[in-house]
Design a protein around this ligand. Structure first.
Ligand code: HEC
Length: 102
C-alpha cells in the first residue's frame, strides 16, 4: 500500500516534470553570501529547479517572495521550517527580486 502511494505520487510529479532534480536542466540557484542561499538550496530545489525563480519578475518586491515561499509550504507541502522563511525570503528578494544590487 505504501509503495503504491509512493508510485502514484512520483508518477504525478513526473507527469508535471517536477521529479527531476535541480541539476537536471542545469539551472542552479544564484550563489550568494546571504544565509538564505544555503537554506534555499536545501529547501527550494527538491521539487523543481531554480528555473522557476529565474522566471519571476525582477521587479517582484519582498512580500511577493514571502507569499511565494509560504504558498510552497501551504499548497505543495514544502518541508520548510518557519524559522528559515525570513532568511530565504531575504535571499530571494535580494537575488531575484527588486532588491537586487543595481
Ligand atoms: C514540495 C515541492 C516544492 C518545494 C519544496 C518547493 N516548490 Fe516551488 N513549486 C512547486 C510546484 C508543484 C510548483 C508549480 C506550481 C504552479 O505551477 O503553480 C512550484 C512553482 C514555483 C515557482 C513558480 C511560480 C509559481 O507561482 O508557480 C516558484 C518561483 C517557486 N516554486 C519557488 C519556490 C521556492 C522559493 C521554494 C523554497 C522556499 C520552493 N519553490 C519549494 C513545488 C515545490
Amino acid at each position: 500500500m505504501k509503495i503504491k502511494t509512493f508510485l502514484a505520487s512520483s508518477l504525478a510529479c513526473a507527469a508535471l516534470g517536477l521529479v527531476t532534480p535541480a541539476s537536471a536542466d542545469g539551472v542552479q540557484l544564484k550563489t550568494s553570501d546571504l544565509p538564505g542561499y544555503e537554506k534555499a538550496q536545501t529547501n527550494c530545489t527538491a521539487c523543481h529547479s531554480a528555473e522557476y525563480m529565474q522566471y519571476q519578475p525582477p521587479t517582484a518586491p519582498r512580500p511577493y517572495w514571502d507569499a511565494m515561499v509560504k504558498r510552497m509550504k501551504a499548497v505543495f507541502k514544502a518541508p520548510l521550517d518557519d524559522a528559515d522563511i525570513p532568511a530565504i525570503v531575504d535571499y530571494l528578494a535580494r537575488t531575484y527580486g527588486n532588491e537586487q544590487p543595481k
